[in-house]
Write a protein that binds this ligand. Structure first.
Ligand SMILES: O=c1ccn([C@@H]2O[C@H](COP(=O)(O)OP(=O)(O)O)[C@@H](O)[C@H]2O)c(=O)[nH]1
Ligand SMILES: O=C(O)[C@@H](COP(=O)(O)O)O[C@H]1O[C@H](CO)[C@@H](O)[C@H](O)[C@H]1O
Length: 210
């Protein structure tokens, strides 16, 4: 069972290299695909230098759209989605996420930060279903319609599909892992606006499915 890693990335030049570097070292991972979602920075160069295959989009499709472009270009029957802004990703994290699915014991794993940073641990404690770190069988992703238009609603769509179809889902604790928060990336005002836009995109999708 081989794994394709798919990483959607929008302006993540500071962190994408380290994320790719941890993923490419895993023997079960035969390809790491970074979908550069219309970045204005050096995300594509940093990802390429770290060993990823980069697909560069000329327009920003949003997270769900970028993920699905990566899926379409990937080869393996197991997919691991990672965010590009992780800090502290290790080979153990990657292995812990993929093994239950590779062994056939689970249909999906969802990574949840623990002992990382208070703010990001807390967010994932209350909303683990929003986590972007997931391993899943390709055939499941291919059964879910319209993922490419979900933007930040993509995790809600995956979580809902898993629950409605009684999939076997395991939460995996990812110790000492955190990510760069929007306010840290963009500053307080732009970061808060980006956060509100993300919640709006999630809410649209929650509403659509209810
Ligand atoms: O239009 C977008 C917005 C986000 N992302 C990527 O989706 C992941 C999660 O986004 P973000 O970090 O903004 O969300 P957070 O983790 O802060 O909620 C990251 O790898 C982003 O680079 C993307 O590919 N396209
Ligand atoms: O944890 C959260 O509340 C959000 C926002 O995180 P930050 O604003 O970057 O701290 O991040 C998660 O939710 C997004 C939408 O579902 C996912 O796309 C991210 O992968 C996930 O980290």
């Amino acid at each position: 069972m081989k794994v394709s890693v798919v990483i959607p990335a929008y302006n993540e030049e500071k962190t994408i290299g380290d994320v790719v570097s941890s993923a490419v070292l895993i023997p079960l991972v035969t390809e790491v695909i970074v979908v550069d979602d219309g970045s204005e920075d050096n995300t594509a160069i940093e990802a390429t230098n770290a060993g990823a295959r980069v697909i560069s989009l000329s327009n920003n499709l949003g997270k769900g759209g970028a993920m699905m472009v990566g899926v379409k270009h990937s080869l393996n029957s197991i997919l691991l989605f990672l965010d590009a802004d992780l800090i502290g990703l290790t080979q153990k994290h990657v292995t812990d996420l993929i093994l239950p699915v590779c062994r056939g014991a689970m249909d999906m794993t969802v990574g949840v930060f623990g002992h990382g940073r208070f703010a990001t641990d807390l967010a994932q404690f209350f909303a683990p279903f929003l986590s972007g770190q997931r391993a899943v069988r390709r055939e499941i992703i291919e059964k879910i319609s319209d993922l490419e238009v979900t933007r930040f609603g993509v995790e809600i769509a995956l979580t809902r599909y898993a629950s409605e179809n009684n999939l076997r889902v395991q939460e995996v604790e990812l110790k000492d892992l955190t990510h760069v928060m929007k306010e840290e990336k963009l500053g307080m005002v732009k970061g808060l606006l980006a956060r509100l836009k993300m919640y709006w995109e999630i809410a649209q999708y929650v509403k659509k499915g209810s």
